[in-house]
Design a protein around this ligand. Structure first.
Ligand SMILES: Cc1cc2nc3c(=O)[nH]c(=O)nc-3n(C[C@H](O)[C@H](O)[C@H](O)COP(=O)(O)OP(=O)(O)OC[C@H]3O[C@@H](n4cnc5c(N)ncnc54)[C@H](O)[C@@H]3O)c2cc1C
Ligand SMILES: NC(=O)c1ccc[n+]([C@@H]2O[C@H](COP(=O)([O-])OP(=O)(O)OC[C@H]3O[C@@H](n4cnc5c(N)ncnc54)[C@H](O)[C@@H]3O)[C@@H](O)[C@H]2O)c1
Length: 472
Protein backbone atom coordinates (compact mmCIF):
# COMPACT_ATOMS: atom_id res chain seq x y z
CA UNK A 1 0.00 0.00 0.00
CA UNK A 2 1.17 3.52 -0.74
CA UNK A 3 1.04 5.41 2.51
CA UNK A 4 -0.01 9.06 2.58
CA UNK A 5 1.20 9.48 6.21
CA UNK A 6 3.27 7.72 8.86
CA UNK A 7 0.49 8.03 11.41
CA UNK A 8 -3.15 9.10 11.44
CA UNK A 9 -4.57 10.43 14.71
CA UNK A 10 -8.35 10.57 15.14
CA UNK A 11 -9.43 13.16 17.70
CA UNK A 12 -7.99 16.54 18.63
CA UNK A 13 -8.43 16.40 22.43
CA UNK A 14 -5.64 16.13 25.01
CA UNK A 15 -4.78 12.57 23.93
CA UNK A 16 -4.80 13.07 20.17
CA UNK A 17 -3.06 16.44 20.26
CA UNK A 18 -0.19 15.07 22.34
CA UNK A 19 0.23 11.97 20.17
CA UNK A 20 0.07 13.94 16.92
CA UNK A 21 2.28 16.78 18.14
CA UNK A 22 4.84 14.34 19.56
CA UNK A 23 5.14 12.39 16.31
CA UNK A 24 5.26 15.55 14.19
CA UNK A 25 8.02 17.14 16.30
CA UNK A 26 10.14 14.07 15.49
CA UNK A 27 9.54 14.72 11.79
CA UNK A 28 6.95 12.01 11.05
CA UNK A 29 4.22 12.76 8.53
CA UNK A 30 1.12 13.08 10.69
CA UNK A 31 -2.57 13.53 9.86
CA UNK A 32 -4.57 14.90 12.81
CA UNK A 33 -8.35 14.72 12.37
CA UNK A 34 -10.86 16.59 14.51
CA UNK A 35 -14.60 16.39 13.88
CA UNK A 36 -15.86 19.07 16.24
CA UNK A 37 -13.69 21.51 18.24
CA UNK A 38 -9.91 21.38 18.61
CA UNK A 39 -9.02 20.88 22.26
CA UNK A 40 -11.81 18.37 22.88
CA UNK A 41 -13.64 18.00 26.16
CA UNK A 42 -11.07 19.52 28.51
CA UNK A 43 -10.86 22.87 26.77
CA UNK A 44 -14.42 23.27 25.58
CA UNK A 45 -16.74 21.53 28.07
CA UNK A 46 -14.60 20.11 30.84
CA UNK A 47 -11.61 21.15 32.90
CA UNK A 48 -11.22 24.72 31.65
CA UNK A 49 -14.82 25.95 31.96
CA UNK A 50 -15.34 24.04 35.22
CA UNK A 51 -12.20 25.47 36.81
CA UNK A 52 -13.13 28.97 35.61
CA UNK A 53 -16.55 28.54 37.22
CA UNK A 54 -14.95 27.30 40.44
CA UNK A 55 -12.79 30.44 40.53
CA UNK A 56 -15.79 32.75 40.26
CA UNK A 57 -17.58 30.74 42.95
CA UNK A 58 -14.59 30.95 45.27
CA UNK A 59 -14.60 34.73 44.95
CA UNK A 60 -18.26 34.84 45.89
CA UNK A 61 -17.63 32.55 48.88
CA UNK A 62 -14.81 34.74 50.14
CA UNK A 63 -16.90 37.87 49.86
CA UNK A 64 -19.74 36.17 51.70
CA UNK A 65 -17.49 36.00 54.77
CA UNK A 66 -17.89 39.75 55.08
CA UNK A 67 -15.70 40.38 58.13
CA UNK A 68 -12.48 38.45 58.54
CA UNK A 69 -8.90 39.20 59.51
CA UNK A 70 -9.98 42.74 60.39
CA UNK A 71 -11.01 43.37 56.79
CA UNK A 72 -14.60 43.94 55.71
CA UNK A 73 -15.76 43.05 52.21
CA UNK A 74 -18.97 44.00 50.47
CA UNK A 75 -21.52 41.19 50.09
CA UNK A 76 -21.14 39.50 46.69
CA UNK A 77 -23.45 40.28 43.81
CA UNK A 78 -23.39 37.48 41.29
CA UNK A 79 -24.13 38.30 37.68
CA UNK A 80 -24.35 35.01 35.77
CA UNK A 81 -23.65 36.72 32.44
CA UNK A 82 -20.39 37.98 33.91
CA UNK A 83 -19.50 34.53 35.24
CA UNK A 84 -20.25 33.00 31.85
CA UNK A 85 -18.12 35.73 30.24
CA UNK A 86 -15.21 34.75 32.50
CA UNK A 87 -15.68 31.09 31.47
CA UNK A 88 -15.64 32.07 27.79
CA UNK A 89 -12.57 34.27 28.33
CA UNK A 90 -10.73 31.40 30.02
CA UNK A 91 -11.43 29.13 27.04
CA UNK A 92 -10.46 31.88 24.61
CA UNK A 93 -7.22 32.51 26.49
CA UNK A 94 -6.15 28.88 26.23
CA UNK A 95 -7.54 27.72 22.88
CA UNK A 96 -4.52 28.89 20.87
CA UNK A 97 -2.51 26.10 22.58
CA UNK A 98 -4.75 23.57 20.84
CA UNK A 99 -5.46 25.41 17.60
CA UNK A 100 -5.14 24.21 14.01
CA UNK A 101 -2.40 26.81 13.45
CA UNK A 102 -0.35 25.63 16.44
CA UNK A 103 -0.47 22.00 15.28
CA UNK A 104 0.25 22.91 11.69
CA UNK A 105 3.29 24.82 12.91
CA UNK A 106 4.42 21.65 14.69
CA UNK A 107 4.21 19.88 11.35
CA UNK A 108 0.83 18.07 11.49
CA UNK A 109 -1.59 18.09 8.62
CA UNK A 110 -4.81 19.03 10.42
CA UNK A 111 -8.05 17.88 8.80
CA UNK A 112 -11.39 19.09 10.12
CA UNK A 113 -14.16 16.56 9.62
CA UNK A 114 -15.60 13.30 10.85
CA UNK A 115 -13.08 10.47 10.43
CA UNK A 116 -14.18 7.02 9.37
CA UNK A 117 -11.86 4.03 9.50
CA UNK A 118 -12.27 2.01 6.33
CA UNK A 119 -9.45 -0.48 6.89
CA UNK A 120 -6.65 -1.40 9.23
CA UNK A 121 -4.50 1.30 7.65
CA UNK A 122 -6.99 3.65 6.03
CA UNK A 123 -9.22 6.47 7.15
CA UNK A 124 -11.68 8.60 5.18
CA UNK A 125 -12.21 12.24 6.04
CA UNK A 126 -13.65 15.19 4.16
CA UNK A 127 -13.72 13.30 0.86
CA UNK A 128 -10.14 12.04 1.11
CA UNK A 129 -8.75 8.61 1.88
CA UNK A 130 -5.60 8.56 3.99
CA UNK A 131 -3.33 5.58 4.50
CA UNK A 132 -0.79 5.02 7.28
CA UNK A 133 0.86 2.02 8.95
CA UNK A 134 -0.21 3.33 12.37
CA UNK A 135 -3.59 4.72 13.46
CA UNK A 136 -4.17 6.28 16.86
CA UNK A 137 -7.78 6.46 18.04
CA UNK A 138 -8.29 9.30 20.53
CA UNK A 139 -12.02 9.87 20.18
CA UNK A 140 -12.70 10.63 23.85
CA UNK A 141 -15.91 10.11 25.76
CA UNK A 142 -19.34 11.64 26.26
CA UNK A 143 -21.65 12.07 29.25
CA UNK A 144 -23.74 9.06 30.20
CA UNK A 145 -27.47 9.63 30.04
CA UNK A 146 -28.72 6.96 32.46
CA UNK A 147 -31.80 4.87 31.77
CA UNK A 148 -33.96 6.75 34.26
CA UNK A 149 -37.70 6.67 33.58
CA UNK A 150 -38.83 9.90 31.91
CA UNK A 151 -35.32 11.25 31.28
CA UNK A 152 -35.94 11.94 27.59
CA UNK A 153 -39.08 13.93 28.37
CA UNK A 154 -37.49 16.53 30.64
CA UNK A 155 -34.89 19.19 29.87
CA UNK A 156 -31.59 18.18 31.43
CA UNK A 157 -28.08 19.57 31.52
CA UNK A 158 -24.78 17.77 31.13
CA UNK A 159 -21.28 19.23 31.01
CA UNK A 160 -21.91 19.81 27.30
CA UNK A 161 -24.48 22.58 27.86
CA UNK A 162 -24.06 23.52 31.53
CA UNK A 163 -21.57 26.34 30.99
CA UNK A 164 -23.73 28.05 28.39
CA UNK A 165 -27.01 28.30 30.34
CA UNK A 166 -28.72 31.70 30.23
CA UNK A 167 -29.41 32.14 33.92
CA UNK A 168 -28.16 31.01 37.28
CA UNK A 169 -30.34 28.06 38.37
CA UNK A 170 -32.71 28.81 41.25
CA UNK A 171 -32.38 25.22 42.45
CA UNK A 172 -29.95 22.87 40.71
CA UNK A 173 -30.65 19.18 41.24
CA UNK A 174 -27.60 17.07 40.45
CA UNK A 175 -27.85 13.34 39.79
CA UNK A 176 -24.45 11.86 40.70
CA UNK A 177 -22.13 12.73 43.57
CA UNK A 178 -18.89 11.91 41.75
CA UNK A 179 -16.23 14.39 40.70
CA UNK A 180 -18.35 16.55 38.40
CA UNK A 181 -21.34 16.46 40.74
CA UNK A 182 -19.31 17.65 43.72
CA UNK A 183 -17.28 20.35 41.94
CA UNK A 184 -20.41 21.78 40.34
CA UNK A 185 -22.57 21.46 43.47
CA UNK A 186 -20.22 23.58 45.54
CA UNK A 187 -19.71 26.13 42.77
CA UNK A 188 -23.38 26.74 42.02
CA UNK A 189 -24.19 26.86 45.73
CA UNK A 190 -21.49 29.47 46.24
CA UNK A 191 -22.84 31.50 43.33
CA UNK A 192 -26.25 31.54 45.02
CA UNK A 193 -28.24 28.55 43.70
CA UNK A 194 -29.91 26.07 45.97
CA UNK A 195 -28.27 22.71 45.26
CA UNK A 196 -29.28 19.11 45.95
CA UNK A 197 -27.02 16.16 45.09
CA UNK A 198 -28.54 12.70 44.69
CA UNK A 199 -26.10 9.78 45.05
CA UNK A 200 -26.77 6.13 45.97
CA UNK A 201 -23.19 5.16 46.85
CA UNK A 202 -20.31 6.89 48.61
CA UNK A 203 -19.81 10.48 47.47
CA UNK A 204 -16.58 10.76 45.42
CA UNK A 205 -16.27 7.00 45.77
CA UNK A 206 -12.76 6.75 44.27
CA UNK A 207 -11.22 8.89 47.03
CA UNK A 208 -10.17 8.26 50.59
CA UNK A 209 -13.33 8.45 52.74
CA UNK A 210 -11.55 10.55 55.38
CA UNK A 211 -10.70 13.17 52.73
CA UNK A 212 -14.23 13.10 51.33
CA UNK A 213 -15.75 13.55 54.81
CA UNK A 214 -13.96 16.90 55.20
CA UNK A 215 -15.34 18.18 51.89
CA UNK A 216 -18.86 16.90 52.50
CA UNK A 217 -18.87 18.55 55.90
CA UNK A 218 -17.73 21.85 54.35
CA UNK A 219 -20.31 21.66 51.58
CA UNK A 220 -23.12 20.86 54.02
CA UNK A 221 -22.01 23.90 56.03
CA UNK A 222 -22.32 25.99 52.88
CA UNK A 223 -25.87 24.72 52.34
CA UNK A 224 -25.54 21.90 49.78
CA UNK A 225 -28.13 19.20 50.42
CA UNK A 226 -27.27 15.53 49.90
CA UNK A 227 -29.88 12.86 49.26
CA UNK A 228 -28.87 9.22 49.55
CA UNK A 229 -30.49 7.16 46.81
CA UNK A 230 -30.54 6.45 43.09
CA UNK A 231 -32.61 8.60 40.76
CA UNK A 232 -35.17 6.24 39.25
CA UNK A 233 -37.78 8.56 37.68
CA UNK A 234 -37.86 12.18 36.54
CA UNK A 235 -40.71 14.37 35.39
CA UNK A 236 -41.48 18.00 34.72
CA UNK A 237 -40.67 20.77 32.29
CA UNK A 238 -38.29 23.69 31.89
CA UNK A 239 -37.99 25.48 35.24
CA UNK A 240 -39.71 22.74 37.25
CA UNK A 241 -38.12 19.28 37.32
CA UNK A 242 -38.79 16.55 39.88
CA UNK A 243 -36.60 13.55 40.62
CA UNK A 244 -37.89 10.47 42.45
CA UNK A 245 -35.31 8.26 44.14
CA UNK A 246 -35.44 4.53 44.84
CA UNK A 247 -35.53 5.44 48.53
CA UNK A 248 -38.90 7.17 48.10
CA UNK A 249 -37.59 10.75 48.22
CA UNK A 250 -38.81 13.45 45.86
CA UNK A 251 -36.57 16.37 44.96
CA UNK A 252 -37.82 19.28 42.87
CA UNK A 253 -35.71 22.02 41.35
CA UNK A 254 -35.50 24.44 38.46
CA UNK A 255 -32.62 22.70 36.63
CA UNK A 256 -31.38 19.13 36.40
CA UNK A 257 -27.71 18.22 35.88
CA UNK A 258 -26.67 14.69 34.96
CA UNK A 259 -23.22 13.84 36.32
CA UNK A 260 -23.28 10.06 36.34
CA UNK A 261 -20.08 9.23 34.48
CA UNK A 262 -18.73 9.00 30.94
CA UNK A 263 -19.20 6.60 28.07
CA UNK A 264 -16.26 5.97 25.75
CA UNK A 265 -16.79 7.08 22.14
CA UNK A 266 -16.25 3.81 20.28
CA UNK A 267 -18.98 3.69 17.63
CA UNK A 268 -19.91 5.46 14.44
CA UNK A 269 -16.46 5.75 12.88
CA UNK A 270 -15.77 2.26 11.59
CA UNK A 271 -14.09 0.67 14.62
CA UNK A 272 -16.90 -1.85 14.99
CA UNK A 273 -16.54 -2.93 11.33
CA UNK A 274 -12.83 -3.59 11.91
CA UNK A 275 -13.70 -5.76 14.91
CA UNK A 276 -11.64 -3.73 17.39
CA UNK A 277 -12.37 -5.41 20.72
CA UNK A 278 -14.10 -3.58 23.55
CA UNK A 279 -13.57 -4.24 27.24
CA UNK A 280 -15.00 -2.50 30.28
CA UNK A 281 -16.07 0.96 29.18
CA UNK A 282 -14.05 1.53 25.99
CA UNK A 283 -11.59 -0.07 23.62
CA UNK A 284 -9.65 -2.94 25.15
CA UNK A 285 -5.96 -2.06 25.19
CA UNK A 286 -2.73 -3.49 26.56
CA UNK A 287 -0.11 -1.60 28.56
CA UNK A 288 1.26 -0.15 25.30
CA UNK A 289 -2.24 1.06 24.42
CA UNK A 290 -2.46 -1.32 21.42
CA UNK A 291 -5.96 -2.45 20.52
CA UNK A 292 -6.82 -5.97 19.36
CA UNK A 293 -6.12 -4.90 15.75
CA UNK A 294 -2.48 -4.70 14.68
CA UNK A 295 -1.16 -1.18 14.13
CA UNK A 296 -4.14 0.53 15.81
CA UNK A 297 -3.77 2.19 19.21
CA UNK A 298 -6.47 3.68 21.48
CA UNK A 299 -5.56 6.33 24.07
CA UNK A 300 -7.28 8.62 26.55
CA UNK A 301 -10.97 8.60 27.41
CA UNK A 302 -12.00 6.26 24.57
CA UNK A 303 -10.37 3.19 26.13
CA UNK A 304 -11.15 1.45 29.38
CA UNK A 305 -9.16 3.11 32.19
CA UNK A 306 -8.78 6.41 34.07
CA UNK A 307 -10.27 9.46 32.37
CA UNK A 308 -8.26 12.57 33.11
CA UNK A 309 -6.55 15.17 30.94
CA UNK A 310 -3.06 14.42 32.25
CA UNK A 311 -3.69 10.72 31.64
CA UNK A 312 -4.73 11.43 28.05
CA UNK A 313 -1.63 13.58 27.56
CA UNK A 314 0.63 10.94 29.10
CA UNK A 315 -0.80 8.20 26.88
CA UNK A 316 -0.40 10.48 23.85
CA UNK A 317 3.31 10.95 24.63
CA UNK A 318 3.74 7.25 25.32
CA UNK A 319 2.26 6.17 22.04
CA UNK A 320 4.20 8.86 20.17
CA UNK A 321 7.41 7.53 21.74
CA UNK A 322 6.58 3.96 20.74
CA UNK A 323 5.71 4.96 17.16
CA UNK A 324 8.74 7.21 16.77
CA UNK A 325 11.30 4.82 18.26
CA UNK A 326 9.73 1.53 17.24
CA UNK A 327 10.42 0.34 20.80
CA UNK A 328 7.71 -1.03 23.12
CA UNK A 329 6.64 1.69 25.56
CA UNK A 330 4.32 0.78 28.41
CA UNK A 331 2.24 3.09 30.58
CA UNK A 332 2.81 2.90 34.33
CA UNK A 333 0.11 4.12 36.70
CA UNK A 334 1.55 3.32 40.09
CA UNK A 335 2.00 7.04 40.73
CA UNK A 336 -1.21 8.27 39.11
CA UNK A 337 -2.28 11.61 40.60
CA UNK A 338 -5.72 13.17 40.56
CA UNK A 339 -7.37 16.11 42.26
CA UNK A 340 -10.93 17.23 42.76
CA UNK A 341 -11.15 21.00 42.83
CA UNK A 342 -13.69 21.43 45.58
CA UNK A 343 -12.72 23.61 48.51
CA UNK A 344 -10.92 22.11 50.26
CA UNK A 345 -9.35 20.20 47.38
CA UNK A 346 -9.10 16.43 47.52
CA UNK A 347 -5.84 15.18 46.06
CA UNK A 348 -4.66 11.62 45.66
CA UNK A 349 -1.61 9.92 44.25
CA UNK A 350 -0.99 6.20 44.07
CA UNK A 351 -2.91 3.95 46.45
CA UNK A 352 -5.52 5.05 48.95
CA UNK A 353 -5.38 3.33 52.33
CA UNK A 354 -8.18 1.00 51.18
CA UNK A 355 -6.27 0.10 47.96
CA UNK A 356 -3.13 -0.58 49.99
CA UNK A 357 -4.95 -2.79 52.52
CA UNK A 358 -6.46 -4.76 49.65
CA UNK A 359 -3.02 -5.29 48.12
CA UNK A 360 -0.88 -5.74 51.25
CA UNK A 361 -3.26 -6.56 54.11
CA UNK A 362 -2.20 -4.95 57.37
CA UNK A 363 1.44 -4.92 56.31
CA UNK A 364 1.32 -1.13 55.79
CA UNK A 365 1.82 1.99 57.89
CA UNK A 366 -0.33 5.10 57.69
CA UNK A 367 1.08 8.40 58.90
CA UNK A 368 -1.12 11.44 59.23
CA UNK A 369 -0.36 15.14 59.55
CA UNK A 370 -2.98 17.83 60.17
CA UNK A 371 -3.01 21.23 58.48
CA UNK A 372 -3.89 22.64 61.90
CA UNK A 373 -0.21 21.97 62.75
CA UNK A 374 1.05 23.67 59.56
CA UNK A 375 2.07 27.23 60.34
CA UNK A 376 1.18 28.67 56.94
CA UNK A 377 -2.30 27.18 57.24
CA UNK A 378 -2.65 28.70 60.71
CA UNK A 379 -1.44 32.11 59.50
CA UNK A 380 -3.94 31.96 56.64
CA UNK A 381 -6.75 30.98 58.98
CA UNK A 382 -7.55 27.93 56.86
CA UNK A 383 -6.52 24.79 58.72
CA UNK A 384 -9.15 22.36 57.50
CA UNK A 385 -7.76 19.06 56.24
CA UNK A 386 -4.89 16.65 56.53
CA UNK A 387 -2.34 14.54 54.68
CA UNK A 388 -2.26 10.76 54.96
CA UNK A 389 0.74 8.86 53.68
CA UNK A 390 0.48 5.12 53.16
CA UNK A 391 3.79 3.25 53.34
CA UNK A 392 5.12 -0.27 53.11
CA UNK A 393 8.28 -0.10 55.15
CA UNK A 394 9.80 3.23 54.12
CA UNK A 395 8.36 3.09 50.62
CA UNK A 396 5.44 5.37 49.82
CA UNK A 397 2.48 3.55 48.22
CA UNK A 398 0.14 6.50 48.11
CA UNK A 399 -0.79 9.86 49.57
CA UNK A 400 -4.27 11.28 50.24
CA UNK A 401 -4.53 15.00 50.92
CA UNK A 402 -7.50 17.18 51.72
CA UNK A 403 -6.89 20.87 52.22
CA UNK A 404 -6.53 24.21 50.49
CA UNK A 405 -4.50 23.82 47.26
CA UNK A 406 -3.92 20.14 48.09
CA UNK A 407 -3.34 19.32 44.41
CA UNK A 408 -0.20 21.46 44.42
CA UNK A 409 1.35 19.20 47.05
CA UNK A 410 1.31 15.99 45.00
CA UNK A 411 4.45 16.50 42.91
CA UNK A 412 7.19 15.27 45.27
CA UNK A 413 5.27 12.05 45.83
CA UNK A 414 5.43 11.25 42.11
CA UNK A 415 9.15 10.97 42.70
CA UNK A 416 8.95 9.00 45.93
CA UNK A 417 6.36 6.47 44.67
CA UNK A 418 8.34 5.80 41.50
CA UNK A 419 11.52 5.40 43.56
CA UNK A 420 13.24 8.45 42.03
CA UNK A 421 13.45 10.10 45.45
CA UNK A 422 13.26 8.56 48.93
CA UNK A 423 11.11 9.49 51.90
CA UNK A 424 14.45 10.21 53.61
CA UNK A 425 15.36 12.77 50.92
CA UNK A 426 11.95 14.41 51.16
CA UNK A 427 11.98 14.29 54.97
CA UNK A 428 15.34 16.04 55.13
CA UNK A 429 14.75 18.60 52.35
CA UNK A 430 14.92 22.33 53.11
CA UNK A 431 11.40 23.64 52.56
CA UNK A 432 10.59 27.36 52.32
CA UNK A 433 8.88 28.65 55.45
CA UNK A 434 5.99 29.08 55.85
CA UNK A 435 4.51 26.93 53.10
CA UNK A 436 1.91 24.21 52.98
CA UNK A 437 4.65 22.00 51.48
CA UNK A 438 6.07 21.66 54.99
CA UNK A 439 3.34 19.11 55.64
CA UNK A 440 4.91 16.85 52.95
CA UNK A 441 8.28 17.03 54.66
CA UNK A 442 6.65 16.31 58.03
CA UNK A 443 4.82 13.25 56.63
CA UNK A 444 7.94 11.90 54.93
CA UNK A 445 9.98 12.46 58.06
CA UNK A 446 7.40 10.54 60.11
CA UNK A 447 8.41 7.43 58.17
CA UNK A 448 11.97 7.83 59.52
CA UNK A 449 11.29 9.33 62.93
CA UNK A 450 11.49 6.03 64.83
CA UNK A 451 14.70 5.07 63.00
CA UNK A 452 16.37 8.47 63.31
CA UNK A 453 15.54 8.86 67.01
CA UNK A 454 15.73 5.11 67.69
CA UNK A 455 18.05 3.10 69.99
CA UNK A 456 21.07 2.82 67.68
CA UNK A 457 21.39 6.54 66.79
CA UNK A 458 20.90 7.40 70.50
CA UNK A 459 23.73 5.02 71.47
CA UNK A 460 25.93 6.56 68.76
CA UNK A 461 25.12 10.11 69.96
CA UNK A 462 25.89 9.10 73.56
CA UNK A 463 29.22 7.64 72.46
CA UNK A 464 30.17 10.84 70.59
CA UNK A 465 29.16 12.95 73.61
CA UNK A 466 31.16 10.72 75.99
CA UNK A 467 34.24 10.92 73.80
CA UNK A 468 33.91 14.68 73.46
CA UNK A 469 33.65 15.10 77.23
CA UNK A 470 36.62 12.87 77.70
CA UNK A 471 38.76 14.62 75.11
CA UNK A 472 37.77 18.25 75.78
C1 LIG B 1 -16.84 18.81 33.54
C2 LIG B 1 -15.52 18.10 33.42
C3 LIG B 1 -14.45 18.54 34.15
C4 LIG B 1 -13.20 17.89 34.04
N1 LIG B 1 -12.18 18.35 34.80
C5 LIG B 1 -10.99 17.72 34.75
C6 LIG B 1 -9.90 18.19 35.51
O1 LIG B 1 -9.99 19.16 36.26
N2 LIG B 1 -8.72 17.52 35.40
C7 LIG B 1 -8.56 16.44 34.59
O2 LIG B 1 -7.46 15.88 34.53
N3 LIG B 1 -9.59 15.98 33.84
C8 LIG B 1 -10.79 16.59 33.90
N4 LIG B 1 -11.83 16.14 33.12
C9 LIG B 1 -11.61 14.99 32.22
C10 LIG B 1 -10.97 15.43 30.89
O3 LIG B 1 -11.73 16.47 30.32
C11 LIG B 1 -10.88 14.27 29.92
O4 LIG B 1 -10.27 13.15 30.56
C12 LIG B 1 -10.04 14.64 28.70
O5 LIG B 1 -10.55 15.79 28.09
C13 LIG B 1 -10.04 13.48 27.69
O6 LIG B 1 -9.24 13.83 26.59
P1 LIG B 1 -9.29 12.92 25.27
O7 LIG B 1 -8.37 13.56 24.29
O8 LIG B 1 -9.05 11.52 25.64
O9 LIG B 1 -10.77 13.02 24.75
P2 LIG B 1 -11.61 14.30 24.27
O10 LIG B 1 -11.15 15.53 24.93
O11 LIG B 1 -13.03 13.91 24.43
O12 LIG B 1 -11.24 14.45 22.74
C14 LIG B 1 -11.72 13.59 21.76
C15 LIG B 1 -11.86 14.36 20.47
O13 LIG B 1 -12.11 13.46 19.41
C16 LIG B 1 -13.02 14.04 18.51
N5 LIG B 1 -13.64 12.96 17.74
C17 LIG B 1 -14.38 11.92 18.21
N6 LIG B 1 -14.73 11.11 17.22
C18 LIG B 1 -14.20 11.62 16.08
C19 LIG B 1 -14.21 11.24 14.72
N7 LIG B 1 -14.81 10.11 14.30
N8 LIG B 1 -13.57 12.01 13.82
C20 LIG B 1 -12.93 13.14 14.21
N9 LIG B 1 -12.88 13.54 15.48
C21 LIG B 1 -13.50 12.80 16.41
C22 LIG B 1 -13.99 14.79 19.42
O14 LIG B 1 -14.66 15.81 18.70
C23 LIG B 1 -13.04 15.33 20.48
O15 LIG B 1 -12.60 16.63 20.19
C24 LIG B 1 -13.06 16.78 33.18
C25 LIG B 1 -14.15 16.34 32.42
C26 LIG B 1 -15.36 16.99 32.53
C27 LIG B 1 -16.51 16.49 31.70
N1 LIG C 1 -11.01 17.25 38.86
C1 LIG C 1 -11.00 16.29 37.96
O1 LIG C 1 -10.00 15.64 37.69
C2 LIG C 1 -12.27 15.99 37.23
C3 LIG C 1 -13.35 16.85 37.31
C4 LIG C 1 -14.51 16.51 36.65
C5 LIG C 1 -14.56 15.36 35.90
N2 LIG C 1 -13.50 14.53 35.82
C6 LIG C 1 -13.58 13.27 35.06
O2 LIG C 1 -14.85 13.19 34.45
C7 LIG C 1 -15.36 11.89 34.59
C8 LIG C 1 -16.83 11.92 34.84
O3 LIG C 1 -17.18 12.49 36.10
P1 LIG C 1 -18.58 12.15 36.75
O4 LIG C 1 -18.70 12.92 38.01
O5 LIG C 1 -19.65 12.27 35.72
O6 LIG C 1 -18.46 10.59 37.03
P2 LIG C 1 -18.09 9.77 38.34
O7 LIG C 1 -17.90 8.39 37.90
O8 LIG C 1 -17.04 10.45 39.11
O9 LIG C 1 -19.41 9.87 39.26
C9 LIG C 1 -20.67 9.43 38.81
C10 LIG C 1 -21.56 9.19 40.02
O10 LIG C 1 -22.91 9.07 39.57
C11 LIG C 1 -23.55 8.13 40.43
N3 LIG C 1 -24.78 7.62 39.79
C12 LIG C 1 -24.88 6.78 38.74
N4 LIG C 1 -26.19 6.55 38.44
C13 LIG C 1 -26.92 7.27 39.31
C14 LIG C 1 -28.32 7.46 39.54
N5 LIG C 1 -29.25 6.87 38.79
N6 LIG C 1 -28.73 8.28 40.53
C15 LIG C 1 -27.81 8.92 41.29
N7 LIG C 1 -26.48 8.78 41.13
C16 LIG C 1 -26.04 7.96 40.17
C17 LIG C 1 -22.47 7.07 40.65
O11 LIG C 1 -22.75 6.30 41.80
C18 LIG C 1 -21.22 7.91 40.77
O12 LIG C 1 -20.92 8.24 42.10
C19 LIG C 1 -14.61 11.21 35.69
O13 LIG C 1 -14.12 10.02 35.12
C20 LIG C 1 -13.50 12.11 36.05
O14 LIG C 1 -12.29 11.43 35.90
C21 LIG C 1 -12.35 14.83 36.48
Amino acid sequence: MKFTHDVIVIGGGAAGLTAAGGCALFGLKVALIEGHKMGGECLNNGCVPSKALITAAKRAAEAREEKRFGVTLAAPQVDWTGVRGHIRDAIAGIEHHDSVETFEEMGCEVLLGHARMTGRQSVEVAGRTLHAPRIVIATGSEPVVPPIEGIHDVPYLTNENLFEIDELPGHLVIIGGGVIGMEMAQSFRRLGSEVTVIEPHDLMGRDDPESVAVVVDTMKGEGVRFVHGAAKKVEGEAGQVTVHTDGGETVSGTHLLLAVGRRARVRGFGAEDLGIALGGNGFRVDARRRTSVKGIYAIGDCRAGPRLTHVSGYEGSNVALEIVTGLPTKVDYKALPWCTYTEPEVAQIGMTEADARKAHGDNITVVREEFSENERAVAEGYTRGHMKMVLKGKKVLGVSIVGRNAGELLLPFTQSITGKSSTFALGSAIIAYPTRSEISKASAFSAWEQTVFGGLPKKYAALVARLRRALS
